[in-house]
Design a protein around this ligand. Structure first.
Ligand code: UDP
Length: 326
């Protein structure tokens, strides 16, 4: 099979490309390197079964050209990271909304199955933990820029399902919870690469707020294998699935874990949300998926523990720091 991976030069996209190639598929990547990085896929370039197009996913002609030549589509291209969303709201909203519109339009025209990666952010401030796919989305006021990400992704979900209802276009929606692993950048806010880098450099580990907020971190390899199985499962078409881990940890505990795993002497410091993100920021206190549906439908079970993933991330960041020092 030939697959299009939009955002294939990104953190999750590049791992997905590797897994598809390993399964003997051909891969076409569409990426504009806005947040994706060339070095994420440098080891794949030059292979006969791998092709890269550097262009903007919101360009309908480009999207159509790419989709026409493949059997199936993974639409991952998107803005990422809370910090980037807050810093560049116009570009991030446009990428998410116009990009999905272009990809779904092209997929509908050539009738190609699409998996769309949405986000656990869509559950917003819902107090009903763990989150189930049928739950209400409790998104905050537009005066808090953070919520533009959840709102844009929710709109993309509506559009995907509209294509399914309108013409039975095979679409699958995966709501990704916090996904981690090597190649994730800390540049756009992601907590684990940041903590690991801070710990390895002996700098203060910056816990935002009081550190009692919780997240569940899932290894990118588990996420990628779930995405591949979901698109492969015809019964999953027209459906929404939570994908992630349901092991909950507070950010304060995470800071201590990273500190001990790296044998770092870094101090753990608390930074107010106001200092971290500027005025008018809301965080989510708890974010935990209910994984019943994905477990039942594709026999999903995360295989890697947070400690295993952290070991990989530590090794990766160590490599980055050595390269920077050269
Ligand atoms: N966070 C933190 N220090 C950092 C970066 C993030 O304490 O240097 C916190 C952040 O406020 C949030 C959690 O870690 O509560 C996860 O943040 P991330 O941006 O990785 O993902 P989110 O789950 O917010 O999308």
């Amino acid at each position: 099979m030939r697959y299009l991976v939009t955002g294939g030069a990104g953190f999750i996209g590049s791992h997905l490309c590797e897994s598809l190639l390993q399964a003997q598929h051909q891969v076409l990547v569409l990426d504009d390197f806005s947040t994706g990085r060339q070095q994420n896929i440098a080891h794949l370039e030059g292979r006969k079964d791998f092709e890269l197009i550097c262009a903007d996913v919101t360009d309908l002609d480009v999207a159509r050209d790419c989709v026409r030549g493949v059997d199936r589509v993974f639409h991952l291209a998107s803005a990422v990271g809370v910090e980037l969303i807050i810093r560049e709201p116009i570009r991030t909203i446009e990428t998410m909304v116009d990009g999905a519109a272009a990809v779904f339009d092209a997929a509908a025209r050539y009738r190609k199955p699409v998996l769309f990666t949405s986000t656990s952010e869509v559950y917003g401030k819902s107090p009903k933990v763990p989150f189930r796919e049928t739950d209400d989305l409790v998104i905050g006021s537009p005066t808090y820029r953070r919520w533009s990400y959840a709102t844009a992704k929710a709109l993309d979900e509506f559009l995907a399902l509209a294509h399914w209802h309108h013409a039975r276009l095979p679409v699958v929606i995966a709501r990704l919870f916090n996904t981690v692993g090597p190649r994730q950048s800390g540049q756009y806010g992601m907590v684990i690469p940041r903590f690991v880098r801070q710990a390895l450099l002996g700098r203060p580990i910056t816990v935002y707020g009081d550190g009692s907020q919780t997240r569940c971190f899932c290894d990118v390899r588990d996420v990628v294998s779930a995405l591949m199985r979901l698109l492969d499962t015809p019964a999953a078409h027209g459906e929404i699935f939570n994908v992630g881990s349901d092991r909950e940890i507070t950010i304060g505990e995470l800071a201590a874990l990273v500190r001990s795993m790296t044998r770092s002497r870094s101090e753990i410091v608390h930074v107010s949300y106001q200092e971290a993100y500027g005025a008018g920021f809301e965080d989510m206190e708890r974010r935990v998926p209910d994984l019943t549906k994905v477990r039942r439908w594709i026999g999903y079970e995360p295989r890697f523990t947070l400690e295993q993933t952290l070991e990989d991330v530590v090794a990766f960041v160590q490599g980055q720091l050595e390269a920077e020092a050269r």
